[in-house]
Design a protein around this ligand. Structure first.
Ligand code: 5GP
Length: 357
């Protein structure tokens, strides 16, 4: 039988930690967590904190883009916004907002309508499976028609197609098959590559050609974000980590829970907790909302969860900035650019790495 087995070790974020090192840095304040990046094809540049809000409902919203742009962070808007609203938004901010589209003809026509009214700078050509020839051809044709757009293309998880997408015109390849917090691809299909190894291998391939990558999905803690950058991610994309905030533009759901306490009248004390709905973009919930349910030849590869309501996303940004600065001082990295060179991963039993409850 001609089955192939790649027996090299593949690691997820939970399988490693970063070893602390002698550091000349006196304070976390000395660390520069912004990056200046130049794009291979479009020749544009980026200066800012290279973190991107994912194009998911409750994350890639206009309000998220308005808030994150203050920190020079990017937002990939969801694919399902109205043309007029998109035009209004891009008139105000095309520096830190990314237009997302799929590869259907209607997606392309919608993009052209918006782009005719207002200049779009960043484009994310986004499909679940970046290995299809149709997708790769779409990226190549898009580059020919729009030589000056910053093109992000994904998702993939291996070096071969990363290289191919860059050679065909992508400035940035989005890496991640199956690590997402609301994703069930690995369970439903058995497909995926552990995310840290995917990031390390795809970054190496992309950088060799002057391209860049986004580590997309699977960052559940600020430590995971640090590991994604240390592994060579030029940008990190976050879904669940930024969900459940005021910027989600979603209803806050209150639920009552029984506590183990009673009051003076011996009545059970209840506590109320707040949540916000969050779901994968190929979940049943998203399919019902945008495409009349799941077609009979498809299955859902996403799930719906209630995430804790976290208040404004500003607090989360502060946690991310704090975590990044602190990590860089631990390994002696003066800035985010040199972090991969300063980082040594140690493999560990992933139980050492779990969040303490
Ligand atoms: P997170 O930061 O929540 O771990 O991951 C976010 C990423 O998960 C998104 O940027 C996207 O690439 C991926 N994703 C979003 N929705 C779905 C889905 O329904 N199915 C799958 N397989 N991946 C999803």
């Amino acid at each position: 039988m001609n089955m192939l087995l790649d027996s090299s070790f593949k690691l997820g974020y939970n399988d490693v930690l970063l070893r602390p090192k002698r550091s000349a840095l006196g304070s976390r304040k000395e660390v520069n967590i912004h990056r200046e990046l130049k794009f291979k094809h479009s020749q544009h540049t980026f200066e800012g904190l290279p973190i991107i809000a994912s194009n998911m409902d409750g994350v890639g919203t206009f309000k998220m883009a308005q808030t994150l742009s203050k920190y020079k962070m990017l937002t990939a808007l969801t694919k399902h916004l109205e043309i007029d609203d998109l035009i209004n938004h891009f008139k105000k901010d095309n520096q830190y907002t990314i237009y997302s589209l799929g590869i259907k003809d209607e997606d392309f026509q919608k993009f052209k309508a918006v782009n005719q009214a207002v200049t779009i700078k960043w484009v994310c050509i986004d499909v679940a499976n970046g290995y299809s020839e149709r997708f790769i051809d779409f990226v190549a044709n898009f580059r020919q028609e729009f030589p000056d757009k910053i093109i992000i293309a994904g998702n993939v998880a291996t070096s071969d197609i990363t290289e191919e997408l860059i050679l065909k015109g992508a400035d940035i390849v989005k890496v991640g098959i199956g690590p997402g917090s609301a994703c069930t691809t690995r369970i439903v299909t058995g497909i995926g590559v552990p995310q840290l190894s995917a990031v390390i291998e795809c970054a190496d391939a992309a950088h060799g050609l002057g391209g860049l990558i986004i580590a997309d999905g699977g960052c559940n803690t600020t430590g995971d974000i640090v590991k994604a950058f240390a592994g060579g991610g030029d940008f990190v994309m976050l879904g669940g980590f930024l969900a459940g905030t005021d910027q989600s533009q979603k209803e806050v759901i209150e639920k009552k829970f029984i506590t183990s306490q009673v009051d003076n009248n011996n009545q059970i004390i209840y506590e109320t907790k707040k949540f916000i709905q969050f779901y994968g973009m190929s979940s049943e919930t998203a399919n019902k909302k945008y495409s009349d349910g799941i077609k009979d030849y498809k299955t859902s590869e996403g799930r719906e969860v209630l995430v804790d309501y976290k208040g404004s996303v500003d607090k989360i940004v502060q946690q991310i900035i704090g975590g990044l600065r602190s990590a860089c001082t631990y390994v002696g990295a003066i800035n985010l650019k040199v972090l991969p060179r300063c980082a040594t991963f140690v493999r560990c039993n992933n139980t050492h790495n779990k969040i303490l409850e």
